[in-house]
Design a protein. Sequence first.
Length: 515
Amino acid sequence: MISQLNEVPLWDIVIIGGGATGLGTAVDAASRGYKTLLVEQFDFAKGTSSRSTKLVHGGVRYLAQGNIRLVMDALKERGILLKNAPHITSNFSFVIPAYKWWEKMYYGFGLKIYDIMAGRLSLGSTKIISKKTAQELLPTAETKNLRGGIVYRDGQFDDTRLAINLAQTAEENGATILNYCKVIKLEKQEGIIAGVHILDSITGKEMLIKSTNVINATGVFTDAVLKMDDASQPKLVAASQGVHIVLDKKYFPGNNALMVPRTADGRVLFAVPWHGKVVVGTTDTPVDHTSYEPTALEEEINFILTHINLYLSADISRKDVRSVFVGLRPLVKNTAAKKTSLLPRDHTVVISKSKLVSITGGKWTTYRKMAKDVLDKTIALGQLEKKTCVTEGLKIHGWTDTIERPDDLYYYGSDAAMVKELYKENPAWKESIHPALPYTKAMVIWAVRNEMAMTVEDVMARRTRSILLDAGASIEASPIVAELMANEMRMDESWIREQLNSFISIAKKYTMDDV
Ligand SMILES: Cc1cc2nc3c(=O)[nH]c(=O)nc-3n(C[C@H](O)[C@H](O)[C@H](O)COP(=O)(O)OP(=O)(O)OC[C@H]3O[C@@H](n4cnc5c(N)ncnc54)[C@H](O)[C@@H]3O)c2cc1C
């Protein structure tokens, strides 16, 4: 990929940022036939895009807020994503338990509208259920005052596996996709954007990349790039922190998710089964400071534990938490809104005087529509030949019509058979990296050879989801992973030591010891 930088004297489009927005834009641009380069300063989805609730959803909460357009768009995108990436998405049952007499009718009616809005892309109809069925679907739900509930369908996915598959799809369509390359300066000619200066953080080499168009897709870091363009730019993005905790499945068995539309203090709470664990969250805390490894606040953990204990019969405490992960929502600033939870989740495209195009806001679910929108607006600047978007029917890398869900490797889709082929090269690679983690040594090798994993953290956090599923176990497994990677990448002992120090200091932030 790096060698391709020297082969292209002028790119049509350079995209800054390798999260959902940037990767989606790279897929769109490359599949329209533009000469496309994406640069990500760390690893793909290192930012917000690895820290979502893992829902492909219209957003029941946004419906309650009256944001009909966002919900309609998101429901359409949900349907498209489930078709184009069936290996990393699933159609899931969400159960709202009803503890008050009016809740069944109120939420049941709202969710019927949600279904109708999804039209032919509906994932199945909403049902009002009895107390007995609610108990069957949510075996550990609190039964005191339980009056039944509502079951509706929504989507679930693996956010970083989708990010990696989008990078692969973009590359297969002709894009050049680089991780560990940071944009440090914008290049201008007569005041108009003409490229970017990048720093390859692995070799330390700086390079000027010339491009007709530059798209800034840097999430909560959008303002930093806008400032490179014009130091007097007002802030565009407000960051809001969301925390999740991960628990063992025994606290929430079964294959249905729990959705609480309105906790006592007016928030939404989800408990969603995921890779053999349960993800519970989230919070919505405005933050002034943006960081790549944000820290959960004590009160956020307390909020999640207190509220999940109201809805589940088990008494879950801090010691039961396997991992805690924190993400920052890039929300478009709106001075009228008093709370970040009231800021709209729609995306915004801003074109500055220098013709730098910035896109921010939105959701993982709507990444494809966001990409189409930003590309259409970039084309309208008049520097590119007009070409139409083809992503609505474009299959994402890994697409297959023969997914066997009980298979541990189902989320590799069409790559699963090739991951298994590695067992023939070395039968020891069939072994697990840790008894508490659902990952084999072959997956580590695959990630290095085929998915551009450069560091132990890339493998543990985003190629596999070890750090999210069990942060303690991921620390214990890290020496094995570092050793496998070093052999594969021909790295020495000092690389292993440096990788382990760096990974362990990050992984500790995901344990409860650091909150
Ligand atoms: C707690 C939480 C839960 C969420 N849950 C859901 C959900 O369930 N479903 C859903 O649809 N959405 C969800 N979202 C929203 C969704 O995750 C985000 O909208 C989306 O991930 C944002 O992606 P992005 O690409 O804009 O930003 P990011 O993922 O942050 O990507 C921006 C990238 O730009 C890179 N970058 C920054 N500066 C530079 C530079 N100078 N040079 C090169 N690269 C640079 C960063 O390293 C980063 O990787 C959730 C968000 C949060 C916070």
